[in-house]
Design a protein around this ligand. Structure first.
Ligand SMILES: [Zn+2]
Length: 346
């Protein structure tokens, strides 16, 4: 997960851009999470309706800090009129049910994400079943898989079920009094990643689609709406993500507001860096496969060694993403034996 250090000038540019956005009613509220990623950015839009994009996880600490951040702007949770949810990860939507209950705010999310949020416990369970099958199929030891299952179950408390009252379609316009946000479905980091684009101001709220200081993981996930009986084909998260990044690269944007870390004022070089990094990584992985067939887990182990249990699914997703790229190019093929897949050079 490659970093990208900020220069002092870039920091200043980012802060100046945020100050301009604030004059226009957009405020970044960094909410604590218990996860390795650190704080998550919720965005308050002082407009009509009074809108919050993402909420932070379902924890007393997150609620407390959000409440204080709103109060610093002269608002209470009860004043919120619309909650917009960017994607299906718990650090972004966990608090939404409490906020919706207390404020009566409309809850807006992409069509497909509505079903996920409305039955979060079942969906999280299905995600775990999918992840478990994927990990075993790609060579992760059974003890690691069951440890990860326990971790995932304990994380679930930071999510919550929330009823979406306004379903959004890709390309639809979400109208506030002073601005119009175009809804753009840009999957890859997750199946439900949604950007909210203020075309007139050349601004976009992008959540985890693009982050400045870390590269977003193209997490392999069950397709939205797929049930327990889902049998594939395996979704191509990285291939999907790269196409989504290309689409965002083509946009003229002065300010990109991410779900973690600092604002992005130069999205094109950042996207180019991400695409180059992925291309280089695919070649390194191809080199390992060309030596002899390996499982995705073996490739991950060669590249990153013994990673923490919590990182095992991330690194597996990363390898599988690159295997998809190489298979689509006709350079690598899957060989399955006793339910375990090895990748081999063609
Ligand atoms: Zn995310």
């Amino acid at each position: 997960m490659s970093g990208f250090a900020l220069t002092e000038e870039e920091k200043r540019e980012g802060e100046a851009a945020m100050a301009r956005a604030a004059q226009d009613g957009v405020h970044c509220l960094a909410i604590p999470t218990p996860f390795q990623v650190g704080r998550v950015n919720a965005y308050l839009i002082e407009d009509e309706p009074l809108t919050l994009i993402d909420s932070g996880p379902n924890s007393a600490k997150a609620l407390d800090e959000l409440e204080r951040a709103l109060a610093a702007r002269g608002h209470a949770i009860e004043d919120l009129e619309m909650l917009v949810i960017s994607h299906q990860h718990i650090d972004h939507f966990g608090l939404a049910s409490i906020l919706a209950r207390r404020s009566g705010a409309e809850v807006a999310a992409l069509s497909g994400l509505d079903g996920y949020l409305g039955s979060f416990r079942e969906q999280a369970e299905l995600d775990d079943v999918f992840a478990e099958e994927t990990m075993l199929r790609h060579g992760l030891p059974a003890d690691v898989v069951s440890a990860l299952r326990a971790v995932s179950a304990s994380f679930r408390a930071w999510g919550s079920t929330v009823e979406v009252t306004r379903t959004l379609r890709d390309g639809e316009q979400l109208r506030l009094r002073e601005r119009t946000l175009t809804v753009l479905h840009r999957p890859g980091h997750s199946p439900s990643d949604t950007l909210f684009w203020d075309e007139r101001r050349s601004q976009a709220f992008v959540a985890d689609h693009l982050i400045r200081h870390i590269s977003s993981n193209p997490l392999l996930a069950r397709p939205l709406g797929a049930g327990r009986d889902f049998t594939g084909p395996r979704p191509q998260a990285l291939v999907t993500y790269m196409a989504s990044m290309e689409a965002t690269r083509a946009m003229d944007l002065d300010l990109v507001l991410p779900g973690h870390g600092r604002p992005i004022v130069d999205h094109r070089p950042l996207i180019d860096l991400r695409l180059r990094t992925h291309a280089r990584r695919a070649e390194r992985m191809y080199g390992l496969i060309a030596e002899h067939p390996r499982t995705a887990h073996e490739v991950a182990h060669e590249l990153w060694g013994n990673v923490a249990v919590t990182q095992a699914y991330l690194t597996l997703s990363e390898v599988l993403g690159h295997m998809d790229v190489l298979m689509n190019a006709g350079r690598v093929e899957e060989q399955e034996q006793d339910g375990v897949v090895r990748f081999a050079a063609v």
